[in-house]
Design a protein around this ligand. Structure first.
Ligand code: SAH
Length: 423
């Protein structure tokens, strides 16, 4: 199973290297000592993860070559954007045309797009987002794995199923050995190159324990590690960066301070934002976003959330519906599409598990509305159901093999390559 295409190093300038993929040049940060010109590597999230022996790389490239160009062609075909659509008002058409040219839209225009209801206009919005995704980022789709290693949480976020006050939930905590075994399975058996380690805010997993765990993982495997363990402060973030973590998944949930405090027992939004800003300064890739459909959340507020996500220099936008009383599919698609219009050139936009739970068609619809990333759940099955942040979560019963199979089928049908070639 191959989630990455090997690239060839064609230039090295300090920590930045240029990597060639079938003639296309991308940049990546290198932390491997002794990397040389002409070496083959796997990159992920803009980082060189691993060198690959030349023979193995050439063989892999050979098997990828035909498929790679075939997929690209399919994608180009599916992401064409009709210039004129019946049923689209002139005003909306003009806004979307300007977006398609890569121009920045004004706030009122973005707001207008959020208000769309007419199916032809919505369709044109999604198509424009998909067109921009293709234009700037081609057909790479990140496929990351997530391991949820503990559902203990000291917080009491009102919407969340693993909140402290939920006394009927059966709690679990994976041992370090179980976590290491799950990582080994995901990386060595299934080929994942990037993994998110997620949990509630569990005091048993102190920064020191996570530090040891991440060091051990990095010693054993070539993999990009994202942490998602809630707020740990600048010192904690620094320590885990030094241990080898390179990404932080931390949603700010909502950028409205009052709404935030109401939902989080008076905790302050600013504290969460500080962690995100600190993490960026420390060098982390930022994965953030918010919830869609919170009670009392206006469209205005949702639009602010997307703009805030961009302001936080986010690598991957993660917006999902609040469940079980989530919004309609349409609103989630609008958020994905508008995110793409706001950050057309760089954003990775994930189709969240929440969205997949809301709508079984979420992945296909999302990937055709600006998204270019999915996450597979690689938590051992016996624990997966217990990470019960909301009812009936998607993929709690599918083996990793089954998830990979359905994901690849979908990606190939859309002309997407399950790779992360970076920019
Ligand atoms: N402790 C980590 C992980 C929290 S769980 C942290 O604080 O970031 C991961 C995400 O699940 C949360 O960020 C939240 O956005 C989402 N979530 C929790 N309850 C939810 C619900 N009822 N519906 C949809 N998403 C929910």
């Amino acid at each position: 199973m191959c989630y990455a295409i090997p690239g060839k190093v064609t230039a090295i300038s300090g920590k930045t290297v240029t990597v060639d993929y079938f003639g296309e040049k991308k940049k990546a940060i290198n932390e491997i000592v002794n990397l040389k010109l002409g070496d083959y590597i796997y990159a992920q999230g803009g980082y060189v993860i691993q060198t690959v022996p030349a023979k193995e790389a050439v063989e892999t490239l050979e098997t990828w070559k035909e498929l790679f160009f075939e997929l690209r062609e399919t994608d180009v075909r599916l992401s064409r954007r009709p210039a004129e659509e019946t049923g689209v008002s002139r005003e909306v058409s003009l806004i979307l045309d300007r977006a398609a040219e890569g121009r920045e839209l004004k706030r009122e225009e973005l707001h207008k797009l959020f208000l769309l209801e007419n199916p032809a206009e919505l369709d044109q919005l999604y198509k424009t987002a998909n067109f921009l995704r293709q234009k700037y980022l081609a057909n790479s789709c990140c496929v990351h794995g997530i391991i949820e290693f503990s559902n203990h949480c000291k917080n009491d976020c009102v919407y969340c199923g693993i909140r402290r006050s939920n006394t009927i939930l059966e709690r679990y905590r994976m041992t370090d050995d179980e976590i290491l075994a799950a990582v080994a399975e995901a990386v060595e058996k299934h080929g994942f190159k990037a993994l998110v380690l997620q949990s509630g805010e569990d005091p048993e997993f102190s920064v020191d324990r996570l530090d040891n765990l991440i060091r051990e993982i990095k010693k054993r495997h070539a993999v990009l590690i994202f942490i998602s363990v809630g707020e740990i402060g600048r010192a904690g973030l620094k320590k885990l960066y030094e241990a080898g973590a390179r990404g932080l998944l931390l949603r700010f949930e909502t950028g409205d301070p009052k709404l935030y405090a109401n939902l989080h027992c008076g905790d302050e939004l600013e504290d969460r934002l500080r962690d995100l800003r600190d993490a960026y300064e420390l060098g982390y890739l930022i994965l953030t976003g918010g919830l869609i459909g919170l009670p009392g959340q206006s469209l205005e507020s949702l639009l602010n959330d997307i703009l805030l996500t961009k302001e936080l220099k986010t690598e991957m936008y993660s917006f999902g519906p609040v469940l079980p009383d989530g919004p309609k599919t349409e609103l989630v698609l609008k958020v994905l599409a508008v995110s793409r219009l706001i950050d057309p050139q760089n954003a990775k936009i994930v189709v969240t598990t929440g969205f997949e739970t809301l709508d079984p068609q979420a992945r296909r619809l999302g990937l055709l509305a600006g998204a270019n990333s999915v996450m597979l759940n690689v938590t051992p099955l016996k624990f997966r159901k217990l990470y019960d942040i909301y009812p009936d979560r998607a993929h709690t019963e599918e083996t990793i093999e089954e998830q990979i199979k359905t994901t690849l089928e979908l990606l190939y049908s859309l002309g997407r390559a399950p790779t992360d070639l970076g920019v």
